[in-house]
Write a protein of this length. Structure first.
Lengths: 114, 114
């Protein structure tokens, strides 16, 4: 069975600094994807970044990058130059390459301090 | 930009009443998912459709929940009767044929059962 573990319930970061949100996963799938979503208090799930299991290079999207270490089964999100608007809940998710079903972690609440 | 449409955005209902949520996926997305997110937790899959067929409803409480996607396009999720523990965010998502590509969430329906 697939499982996502996010060990940081809450994180603080100073504005303009970088922050790393941890995510480890367990899977029996050969083909899978790893997603990061941002969820502000309004509740919508905002897609940030995606890494396929066969992608050799780490994914990047603007200020977001994914530190993918397949052997360690980790997929940490790095946010560079944090902004006040980055304050939200962040979820890591495993996507099955066969079914598309997403398994989410428990989330990390990030607060950016001015 | 194409969106997954959900309505209503908010719903307050009394215990033992019936309630229904609607989702219209992105055009061309054959796979539709309903997730439930209890406050403070990650979303969990309730039901997955491939076109009009249910491919995974293992986590759907079938004694009170039902879901349909009659023409393989939009979908309705119903709860009857609602219980206090059903208070949650209900998120709809769609993707191309169960793949991770193009995975998009709607804005969700926040249900409060009183």
């Amino acid at each position: 069975a697939q499982k996502i573990t996010q060990t940081q319930p809450g994180m603080f970061v100073q504005e303009k600094e970088a922050v790393t949100l941890d995510c480890t996963y367990d899977t029996s799938d050969q083909s899978y994807g790893l997603f990061w979503y941002k969820q502000p208090s309004s509740g919508e799930m905002i897609f940030l970044i995606y890494q396929g299991s066969y992608d050799e290079q780490n994914a990047t999207e603007g200020r977001y990058s994914l530190n993918f270490q397949k052997a360690r089964k980790s997929a940490n999100l790095v946010i560079s130059a944090s902004q006040l608007g980055d304050s939200a809940m962040y979820f890591c998710a495993h996507g099955s390459g066969n079914t598309g079903k997403l398994i989410f972690g428990q989330g990390t609440t990030l607060q950016v301090k001015p | 930009e194409a969106e997954v449409a959900q309505s209503p955005r908010y719903k307050i209902t009394e215990k033992s009443q019936a309630v229904a949520f609607w989702c219209d996926p992105i055009s061309g997305h054959a796979t539709l998912y309903w997730y439930r997110q209890i406050l403070g937790q990650g979303p969990e899959l309730l039901v997955q459709f491939q076109d009009e067929s249910v491919v995974d409803d293992s986590q759907l409480p079938k004694d009170r929940f039902s879901a349909e996607r009659l023409k393989g396009v939009d979908s309705t999720l119903k709860i009857q009767p609602a219980e206090l523990g059903d208070s949650a965010m209900y998120l709809c998502a769609s993707s191309f044929s169960g793949a991770n590509y193009g995975y998009t969430f709607g804005s969700g329906t926040r249900l409060t059962v009183v």
